[in-house]
Design a binder for this molecule. Sequence first.
Ligand SMILES: Nc1ncnc2c1ncn2[C@@H]1O[C@H](COP(=O)(O)OP(=O)(O)O)[C@@H](O)[C@H]1O
Ligand SMILES: [Mg+2]
Length: 297
Amino acid sequence: MDQAEKLRQIVNELRERQRASLQKGRIITVTSGKGGVGKTNFTLNCAIALNSMGHRTLIIDADFGLSNIDVMLGMIPRYNLFHVITNKKSIEEVIVEGPCGIRFIAGGSGIWELLNLSTQDMEVLMKQLERLDDLADIIMIDTGAGVSDKVIRMILAANEAIVITTPEPTSVTDAYALVKSVVTIKKDMSLRVVVNRAESAQEATDVMDKFIRVVERFLDVKLEPLGYILYDDAVVKATKRQRPFVLEYPRSHASRQVYTMAHAIVAGERADVGEAQGFRGYVNQFLKLLDFKRKAL
Ligand SMILES: Nc1ncnc2c1ncn2[C@@H]1O[C@H](COP(=O)(O)OP(=O)(O)O)[C@@H](O)[C@H]1O
Ligand SMILES: [Mg+2]
């Protein structure tokens, strides 16, 4: 083998390795301290924006509260993650396709069923879940609100999270409590902030700056601003029609802001989060955290 051929081989191997690591999905949780701040709207519309930009995006709806992804789309999924975990359906069978090719999986009580699985069942399940990495480049998880153990663990298992708050003081203080719970356990977490339902760009910027400053001062952690959305009637109208606002009102302020943020999410890819963990990696992390919890008890 001559020198050139050896080099070619090395380059090919590197490419192959890079391709393999790119195939792992990026897992991003979307969360908030308080409910009703626009998490589900953001997740759904941002996922559609990412999808239309060529980044295959899949949503996992892990919020057990009201106004979930299915309601927002006026769809009723027949199966959810529970059916995969209890080995009744394959992962492909529980994926629901919505408008514009957006795909989502209803969480149901699925994730928490993981606790009841034997090691053997777990292996079978992992093989199923792993397949999501072939189906999506980005997996967005709508976690639901609050500082409950459940939500915190869902956030901690991922490398990246987007925290949504409105300018209301209660929403901001709840977001602070959430960030605190997360970073006291995992300081190197990539956390980005979205201010939603602001009255003006000025208000959004003020809230963002203040929040980031307070977190840096008291928790010694640097949050990244992702962007803001003003209060926009287009969101309200689209919600009533059970249609995503980026599709119903593509020229609205909210839609433009969501696209700007989707671009920022892609631009920030792996800059500060290392290699994509993939869904298997996510579930593994999640289980380790549960183990930890069980041992602690
Ligand atoms: N930027 C916005 N402007 C106006 N209304 C909004 C905006 N974002 C969200 N909403 C409204 O707020 C309510 C809660 O949004 P939702 O996405 O369900 O919040 P969460 O998932 O955090 O509970 C919905 O009725 C939605 O239409
Ligand atoms: Mg919601």
